[in-house]
Design a protein around this ligand. Structure first.
Ligand SMILES: Cc1cc2nc3c(=O)[nH]c(=O)nc-3n(C[C@H](O)[C@H](O)[C@H](O)COP(=O)(O)O)c2cc1C
Length: 347
């Protein structure tokens, strides 16, 4: 984005934020998405992601190390707008094989005094086919991730079928695919992080990946996104499986079920996953333990409570190759993206 446009967009957020924060959280989210789509359509939000300390991960060339985390653009229809904020990669989804409405509203809450967000959206999304139709005509030139989930009505024993359907559907558009095993809002989903369930799933996905690679002459790396709430033994056995099965990457972390830091606060006891500042330390500690066990055998994508550029630097220092953010964008606006990119310039 040109410098003056960047300034305009950055300066408008502190003016818009009080109005957005007056609105119910999901309404504010819809207005934000509408703004991103409109901004892209009228040419205000345009331009290539800045090339700052680029890095090659899994054979993909990331222009910079800062990405948009899954869940902001679930339908993939605002990629150009978000991409114009500077993100080196944008992850759309979670997308499931069949469209679903998600949980009843209200299902999204701000814990403003702690810069936290609690959500129990429940994978509201238009389905993988519609999501991929949305991203198809994108102008965005950064990397595109597609985050996959299972439908709420699919029992865990059939979850593999949903992820395989997602993989097939995402293949042609995606630069990388994420298997989301860590949303707390789909009953039983996190149980798929149990070591042997994960092993069976990875094997099935790798077999399909090879078929798709030959058919389309294109390789799409598969990463798994994990929760910050695994006990150390659970995390260690899962990580061992990742290494044995030669998984290509791990995203750490999704939202937490912990209510540490928000107990007793307005909305602090809502059901769902907590993100933002209350998650920062827990996510960074997860990344550090993963890095110690993985010993560089696969990249870690660090996410969870990046509210300042210093938080992004800490994630990289803990062992992440790339970082993503969501809640920080809600609280600090587009300037945070530029600040993180700049701060990671010399990492
Ligand atoms: C409202 C909301 C919806 C989310 N939806 C998804 C999702 O569909 N899939 C997913 O993998 N993560 C989802 N996440 C989790 C984020 O991608 C991220 O892992 C988490 O919020 C921690 O990062 P943050 O503290 O920067 O927000 C969602 C987060 C929020 C706040």
């Amino acid at each position: 984005m040109s410098a003056w446009r960047q300034k305009l967009v950055e300066m408008s957020y502190p003016l818009l934020r009080p109005w957005l924060f007056e609105l119910e959280a999901e309404t504010a989210h819809h207005w934000t998405l509408a703004g991103m789509r409109l901004g892209a359509r009228c040419g205000l939000l345009a331009g290539e992601p800045p090339v700052v300390n680029p890095v090659e991960v899994c054979g993909l060339k990331f222009p910079n190390r800062v990405g948009l985390a899954a869940g902001m653009d679930k339908a993939g229809d605002a990629v150009d707008g978000f991409g114009a904020l500077g993100f080196g990669f944008v992850e759309v989804g979670t997308l499931t094989p069949v469209a679903q409405a998600g949980n009843p509203a209200p299902r999204l809450f701000r814990v403003v005094s702690r810069q936290g967000i609690i959500n129990r959206m429940g994978f509201n999304n238009p389905g993988i086919e519609a999501g991929m139709a949305n991203v198809k005509g994108r102008k965005y030139r950064g990397m595109l991730g597609v985050n996959l989930g299972k439908n709420f009505f699919t029992p865990n024993e059939r979850a593999t079928d949903d992820y395989l359907a997602g993989l097939r559907g995402a293949w042609r558009e995606a630069d990388y695919v994420v298997v989301n095993l860590s949303s707390p809002n789909t009953k039983g989903l996190r149980d798929l992080q149990e070591a042997e369930s994960a092993r069976a799933l990875i094997r099935a996905l790798h077999a399909e990946q090879e078929i798709l690679r030959q058919r389309w002459q294109k390789h799409v790396p598969i990463w798994i996104k994990i929760a910050p709430d695994l006990t150390p033994p659970q995390r260690e056995s899962l990580t061992r499986v990742f290494m044995e099965e030669k998984l290509e990457g791990v995203i750490a972390t999704n939202t937490t079920l912990s209510r540490e830091h928000v107990e007793g606060l307005k909305h602090g006891s809502e059901t769902g996953g907590l993100s933002g500042a209350p998650l920062t330390r827990r996510a960074t500690e997860t990344i550090a333990s993963l890095a110690q066990q993985l010993q560089g055998s696969m990249p870690i994508i660090g996410v969870g409570g990046i509210m300042t550029a210093a938080d992004a630097v800490e994630k990289i220092q803990a062992g992440a190759a790339l970082v993503q953010l969501y809640s920080g964008l809600v609280y600090s606006g587009p300037a945070l993206v530029r600040e993180c990119i700049e701060a990671l310039g010399g990492s």
